[in-house]
Write a protein that binds this ligand. Sequence first.
Ligand code: ZN
Length: 498
Amino acid sequence: MRKTKLNELKSYIESISKMNSALELIYWDMQTKMPKKAIEQRSGIIEHISGEIFRMTTSDRMGELLDYFVHNIEGLSEKDKAIIKHARKEYDETKKIPEERYREFVIAQALSEGAWEEAKEKKDFEIFKPHLKRMIDFQREFVEYWGYKDNKYDTLLDKYEEGLTVKKLDKIFDELKNGIIKILNKIEKSGKQVNRDFLLGRFDKNSQEKFALFILNKMGYDLKAGRLDESMHPFTISFGNKDVRITTNYDNEDFTSALFSSIHEGGHGIFDQDVPDDLQRTGLDTSLSMSIHESQSRFYENILGRSKEFWEYFFPFAKYEFSEFKDISLEEFYEAINYVEPSLIRTEADELTYSIHIIIRYEIEKALINGDLDIDDVKEVWNRKYKDYLGVEPKNDSEGILQDIHWSDGSFGYFPSYALGNIYGAQMLHTMKKEYQGIYDDIRNGELGGIHMWLYENVHKYGAMYSPSEIIKNISNEDLSCKYFLDYLEKKYLSIYK
Ligand SMILES: [Zn+2]
């Protein structure tokens, strides 16, 4: 009896997963290859399939099966328990919202995204403001359905990062913010000027692609189970571990743009390619939390990809491919790719100041969701925080409060994942260095397989079996702490900005 029900549940989850892969393939095509005129017809297809998936996910049969396992879960394998727990969470997330309200939300969401695009183009927050208010009101209402204990924002955090609370995150982010600002002040006092002019010039697109593929291959991203394409915004998409695709965006005038986004997405891609076959189509075939996934991409992009040891190996190849670097030394190149400058745009921020952009968004979201900040004051608060923390002021709304898409579709609670990814990555590095003698010699020789293997053994092979706090505890015997990330930043940046 129980076995039959379990098999039925699993095959149901498998069907949903296959439908999702079909939807994602359509989405991938839309972002990379689709002719411009197809947008409306394509949206129709996407809407139809999404509707089917929604119906399957929230069907009565799904509910019955999940309810059955509320009392019949003891004695099941750890994996089966995780599958059921994961499915339950997804089910509750949609099912607890009255269907009518959910439908209204989806419509409001589409309008809001459109308004955001228009507002961003016209650099006018007023166009977007009423829609932002609606998105916040919806989220506040949804939190009531989902339930919360201390803080309304906890419920939204938990969606992306199981078990994370405002209480924990306030502590982590305050320490991180103060630590980064301290390093930033020291850098400013040093007065050192880093030249990065040679990173801006004319870089042939084909050469950029060739070079990115060379690095991706060395990293361990399997090009027989993936591919690199071009899209407006870089992303990673998985249709199962044998087909995980990444994209990048080439800028002919900036060497670093496509390079580091390819390495970043490659980090995401390696994770999804690594999740074992027996977790495929169970709902556990990617990371449980956004921040653990992001820790992998940022590990490859920053900790590894912006390290001197990495470029000791790769820079000679870059010199061979790009004549712009003919007279540039490794030291000059290393300093240039780690150039620090407080700036306005999150996606273009350097490794040191990036987390401050996230903390600003976190502080604002938390206040908005808890009703502590009025929509009429939000722009002023945004601008003031940028001035206070980073010393920069937006000249218009597009380079200020309108820069990110996330709030336009109601994705509140998501931003912290990016900064948490940095913290997780550095804490992993701390343990990795202890366990892996000769890691830096290997990197210098372009041998990146040892790092890949370590990440596989400690992170990737578990897919979504464990929560982020379990993963980091398992690795480091400690809870998440930003001290390792701050140590890493201080050591690295104060040696560049002596
Ligand atoms: Zn990412």
